[in-house]
Ligand binder design. Structure first.
Ligand code: F6P
Length: 538
């Protein structure tokens, strides 16, 4: 990639760009704040406060062309096996394709299968929501606990929190992910097993954390209900692995299927979203799917210079590869999106944290940045100091909505004023001359000076609805796709999580067995294991 003509030109251009001043760029072009914006599917995207000129943009767009982004998008939508290391199609876009559309994988129309599962989910969700689905003792289900981890947890948690306003408030939702027993204990300590439904969500149904929590959940349920037949009423599964689901003891009639062409971190709108659908109802869930689909169509069809995910992907790459920025801050000014940054961490970093190209050669440039963030305005009173005056360049994505969900007094105006002010302060800063003009003592001037020139994107939408959330999720999925295509990496595998799992499997018996098997790790690991051996604990 780094040998492409556009890359070389961007390298040369970047030494000029390091001297760009956003103050001057805005002063020289009074239209910049309108010109460097685009609007699509209800998203107003303002990218004018980036360290770019028209030339930068055209070079970045050229890079996208040279890297074959268009062909790769088409290949994904056709269902080609673009996840080459796992020999799989990458078809999360099929999860939200409307009824009647057809995408064929290995001779099967996957869209028809998707809608059959959606209908089954809708039927089940409705029965839980209206009380028709009863627990083993005949009591109504009041509590729904999703057990899963990674993509089988972060998407459901994020969507539940984001769409809580639309949820059925007489149902309680909890999420258990960590193998730390505290997670299960706290999620269940005040609940009645007779009123509790567990959704065991795992693509593979073999994940250590999830299966451990699922077995603990079964013991907890049976300790209260004292009848193995209770499992049928209190456990459902979401998985691609019917064999393991049956082995666990869940009737496969109570299993909601998805497929190996859905990556875990791309699965929040598959059956993995069952808890979301129970919370918000099938109608809202379908609205979310519609939002995802609208963004898919925009990504597939819009010219790159007006394509929001392509533009955002390229701008992220600009800072990552040409300014050595290491991270991206995602800052939603909407409290309901408080788990969105955590969700994005898996989506972006498990996808693009790769060190070799599709051909297995060491990459010649930096790949995925670290994503992090917190909702505004909380972040302003903690880490924004470093973004404003620290020595690191941290590009920011601000996400805001014009209409509040809860219009309380002046709250929303204050919230919006803050997000716009932050982007303005980052871009334009405050010069030492301006600080001096405020009669600041000269020794304090450097401390009160803001260099500015710190880039940000603003994503402005009307209101956080299920449809809007769908658009946001698909937006970031396609940003990841765009960057992975340029870096020529496999954004859909995750081999980097394997080694730790294997080593943990080796250490488990070394901690648990009273025979204290001999240890053959490094001296540090050996010493740590010895200190924690079960037999040595009081
Ligand atoms: O270990 C990483 C991972 O495989 C993620 O990619 C995935 O989302 C998570 O574990 C959970 O996997 P599963 O849904 O198979 O339990």
């Amino acid at each position: 990639m780094t040998k492409q003509p556009a890359w070389k030109k961007l390298e040369a251009h970047s030494s000029k760009a390091r001297k760009f001043s956003l103050r001057s760029l805005f002063a020289d072009d009074p239209e910049r704040g309108q010109r460097m914006t685009t609007e699509a599917v209800g998203i107003y995207f303002d990218y004018s406060k980036n360290l770019i000129t028209t030339e930068t943009l055209s070079l970045l767009l050229k890079l996208a062309e040279e890297s074959g982004l268009r062909a790769r998008i088409d290949a994904m939508f056709r269902g080609e096996k673009i996840n080459t290391t796992e020999k799989r199609s990458v078809l999360h876009v099929a999860l939200r394709a409307p009824k009647g559309q057809s995408i064929v994988v290995d001779g099967k129309d996957v869209v028809a299968e998707v809608h059959a599962v959606l209908d089954k989910m809708a039927d089940f969700s409705t029965r839980v929501r209206n009380g028709e689905w009863k627990g083993h003792s005949g009591k109504r289900i009041r509590n729904v606990i999703n057990i899963g981890i990674g993509g089988s947890d972060l998407g459901p948690v994020m969507a539940y929190e984001a769409l809580r306003h639309y949820s059925q408030r007489d149902l309680t939702f909890r999420f258990v992910s960590n193998v730390d027993g505290t997670d299960f204990f706290e999620a269940t300590r005040d609940l009645d097993a007779e009123e509790t439904l567990f959704i065991v969500s795992s693509k593979t149904f073999t994940t250590l954390e999830t299966m451990t929590n699922a077995h603990t959940a079964r013991d907890w349920t049976l300790a209260a209900l004292k009848d193995p037949a209770a499992v049928a009423k209190h456990f459902v599964a979401v998985s691609t692995n019917a064999g393991e689901v049956a082995r666990f003891g869940i009737d496969t009639a109570n299993m909601f299927e998805f497929w190996d062409w859905v990556g875990g971190r791309y699965s929040m709108d598959s059956a993995i979203g069952l808890s979301t659908m129970i919370a918000i109802g099938p109608g809202h869930f379908r609205a979310m799917l519609d939002g995802l689909h609208q963004m898919d169509e925009h990504f597939r069809a819009a010219p790159f210079d007006r394509n929001v995910p392509v533009l955002m992907g390229l701008l992220g790459l600009w800072y990552n590869n040409f300014f050595h920025a290491e991270t991206v801050a995602v800052l939603p000014y909407e409290q309901y999106l408080k788990r969105f940054p955590a969700y994005l961490q898996q989506l972006t970093m498990e996808s693009n944290g790769k060190h070799v190209t599709l051909e297995g050669k060491k990459v010649s440039c930096q790949t995925g940045p670290v994503y992090w963030g917190e909702p505004g305005t909380n972040g302003q009173h903690s880490f924004y100091q470093l973004i404003h005056q620290g020595t690191k360049l941290i590009p920011c994505d601000f996400i805001a909505f014009t209409r509040p969900i809860h219009p309380l007094g002046r709250h929303h105006e204050l919230l919006l004023a803050n997000v716009f002010a932050q982007a303005e302060a980052l871009a334009f800063g405050k010069t030492s001359r301006e600080v001096q003009a405020e009669n600041t003592p000269s020794w304090l001037v450097p401390h009160r000076t803001f260099e500015g020139n710190r880039p940000s994107n603003i994503i402005l939408m009307e209101q956080l609805t299920p449809e809007a959330l769908g658009k946001l999720v698909a937006l970031y999925e396609h940003i990841v796709f765009t960057q992975g295509a340029v870096w020529q990496i496999d954004s859909f595998d995750q081999w980097g999580v394997e080694l730790g799992k294997v080593l943990a499997g080796r250490i488990i018996p070394e901690l648990e067995e009273h025979a204290e098997p001999p240890l053959s790790h490094d001296s540090s690991t050996n010493a740590l294991i010895r200190r924690c051996r079960k037999s040595g604990r009081p």
